[in-house]
Design a protein around this ligand. Structure first.
Ligand code: AHM
Ligand code: MG
Length: 334
């Protein structure tokens, strides 16, 4: 399909109407679903911007299902997503980093066509420092019949079943990046009018020379990953290191500037740290649609299926040649 052309000042709503017209299987429910996600994004952006004034910084004192301290903004973002998604008639079930199990849309609402998995606020450790954070989402079409309660099998899905995915990034500006069959498109929030406008049409990952990995863990990587990263520094044009510590920010920079992001397995976390369904899958889908690649250090990430909604995975993501090289070195050494 030809790349769609858009005029200046194209809003997210208009973009959705225009592109979805080209996809006969795309129903109005998908457009409504994306409008709900954009609403959640606007609510979270507004709260993130004023968090220091509203007493919204810091932890609530409890831990989540992963044993991590829950931040006040994590809770707010989770509720914002849940409420935005539950009553639109487009969603049947959500899976969130902050929820122990899959959550069904309450029975008073219509149980819609889609399952949405999300990390409501990624990069929690950066919240109190005014450093970029974000929300990551992934959309699947349900397997069970519409109108009936969804089941666990609707949530534990394969990467190749993703219908669309993306993220919101709360940095110096707020951006919504959406990947669908049509490609990868970025929309910047104009806070003065409260609308997302198309600002990054048809994103493709460029060639770059930036690597992003937490080198504090280097002693616990495989020898293959360690030697891949060391070799980057010896290239004739040395690579730059950049690591925010918010996955969404590190992958967004990789999408715009090229290079590679790695969160490898370590000896103490052989399954990796990042979550498959709502962190790695959605970002892998975005990067593949933009011409890049993603693996779990051994095989294509989107070939995997989730056995449990909170499954973890190592993640190698970015430029296709670099991801292939890092994956090769990792597997050769193991
Ligand atoms: P979170 O979802 O609780 O914020 O945890 C995931 C975050 C990612 O955003 C980031 O890439 C990673 O954890 C950073 O981990 P580390 O501090 O080990 O480098
Ligand atoms: Mg996260």
């Amino acid at each position: 399909m030809a790349t769609p052309q858009f005029e200046e000042g194209t809003t997210l709503d208009r973009f959705l109407m225009d592109t979805m017209r080209d996809y006969p299987h795309a129903t109005g429910q998908f457009v409504n679903l994306m409008q709900s996600i954009s609403l959640a994004g606007k609510l979270i952006a507004a709260r993130v911007n004023r968090a220091g004034l509203l007493g919204m910084l810091g932890a609530v004192g409890s831990t989540n299902v992963h044993g991590e301290y829950v931040q006040r903004l994590d809770l707010y973002a989770n509720e914002a997503f849940k409420h935005a998604l539950e009553h639109g008639g487009h969603t049947c079930m959500i899976v969130s980093e902050e929820e122990g199990g899959p959550v069904l849309v309450p029975s008073r609402y219509r149980s819609g066509e889609y399952v949405v998995t999300f990390d409501p606020l990624d990069g929690s450790s950066n919240i109190d420092c005014n450093i970029t954070i974000g929300s990551i989402f992934c959309i699947f079409r349900r397997l069970t019949p519409e109108g009936e309660p969804a089941e666990l099998r609707d949530a534990c899905r394969a990467g190749d079943e993703i219908v669309a995915s993306g993220y919101l990034i709360f940095g110096s500006g707020t951006l919504l990046v959406l990947a669908t069959e049509a490609g990868v498109f970025g929309f910047t929030l104009d806070p003065t009018v409260g609308e997302f406008f198309l600002s990054h049409p048809n994103l493709k990952i460029p060639k770059g020379s930036t690597y992003s990995v937490n080198e504090g863990h280097a002693r616990r990587w495989s020898s293959g990953v360690a030697s891949y990263v060391e070799a980057l520094k010896e290239r004739s044009e040395p690579w730059k290191a950049r690591y925010v510590g918010s996955l969404v920010a590190d992958v967004h920079r990789t999408l715009l500037k090229g290079g590679i992001f790695l969160y490898p397995a370590t000896t103490d976390a052989p399954q990796g740290k990042l979550r498959l369904l709502y962190e790695a899958f959605p970002l892998a889908y975005v990067i593949e649609r933009a011409g890049g690649a993603a693996t779990d250090g051994e095989r294509r990430l989107l070939d995997r299926s989730a056995g449990d909604i909170h499954d973890r995975t190592p993640l190698f993501i970015g430029d296709a040649d670099e991801v292939a090289r890092a994956t090769r070195e990792n597997t050769a050494a193991s």
